[in-house]
Design a protein around this ligand. Structure first.
Ligand code: PGA
Length: 252
């Protein structure tokens, strides 16, 4: 698998464009080499944050599956592309919490890929149980979220899967999952993808997300055997995010 990747999911932050600009400017002064850094800010900031010469690439946290029409408040994949963003996070657990179903996620993944965006599909169980039922939950979530995706539309790295156990996300969680447990799960997710897409599954980078910080980022990638990370809170702190990028780079 090629270049590692770090995706920053800013969620509903920061509260002003000036603050967003300050974070991006501070990241732009760093030497970012050997790792793809994607920032997904609130989409209203995108067109002013994206600069052609920047090494940082940008994405959205969601998109809508229709191309145009009477869909108040929505943003299409081609609109995202037209401002120069190239990535889209789809199916984040916080959106699933508000009722986004696997069916809708699948429509969005399809629309994103067909318009030429790189799509980061988020999956992850809400809780773990000793009997391993979470694995069948995870498999169903992956299969259903990718139900409309034909392997012929996949290019190297155009679809990414972010495994984010919901219990490890956010301030209230007990922190990131153990890297050895991640390894077990990353093998499982790869197998599910292989069953669906065959050899094309090797073109799908696998990310981990959930309370990633600079203390654990390197070990999660290395021992968890993933191709990168999806970072929430720490992606709003340029210094921490840079340390995370560096730790990922040095896992090579
Ligand atoms: P967190 O969020 O790093 O703040 O736990 C991760 C995510 O929700 O993508």
């Amino acid at each position: 698998m090629s270049k590692k990747i770090v995706v920053g999911n800013w969620k509903l932050n920061p509260s002003s464009f000036e603050e967003a600009d300050r974070i991006v400017k501070s990241l732009s002064r760093k030497k970012i080499n050997g790792v793809t850094l994607v920032i997904c800010p609130p989409s209203i900031y995108l067109s002013r944050l994206i600069h052609k010469k920047s090494k940082i690439v940008f994405g959205v946290q969601d998109l809508f599956y229709e191309k145009s029409g009477a869909y108040t408040g929505e943003i299409s994949a081609s609109m995202v592309r037209s401002v120069g963003a190239t990535y889209a996070i789809i199916g984040h657990s916080e959106r699933r919490n508000y009722g986004e179903t696997n069916d809708k996620v699948s429509l969005k993944v399809k629309a994103g890929l067909e318009s030429g965006l790189n799509v980061v599909l988020c999956v992850g169980e809400k809780e773990r149980d000793v009997h391993g039922h979470y694995l069948s939950y995870l498999k169903a979530q992956i299969d259903e979220s990718l139900a409309l995706v034909n392997k012929n539309v996949l290019n190297k790295g155009s679809l990414l899967v972010a495994y984010e156990p919901v219990w490890a996300i956010g301030e209230k969680s007990s922190g990131p999952m153990d890297a050895r447990d991640l390894h077990e799960t990353s093998l499982f997710v790869r197998k599910v993808l292989h069953d669906k897409f065959g050899k094309k599954a090797f073109d799908i980078p696998l990310l981990y997300g959930g309370s990633v910080d600079q203390r654990f980022s390197g070990v999660l990638v290395k021992e968890g055997e993933v191709d990168g990370l999806l970072v929430g809170r720490e992606s709003l702190r340029p210094e921490s995010l840079y340390q995370i990028v560096e730790s990922v780079r040095s896992t090579k």
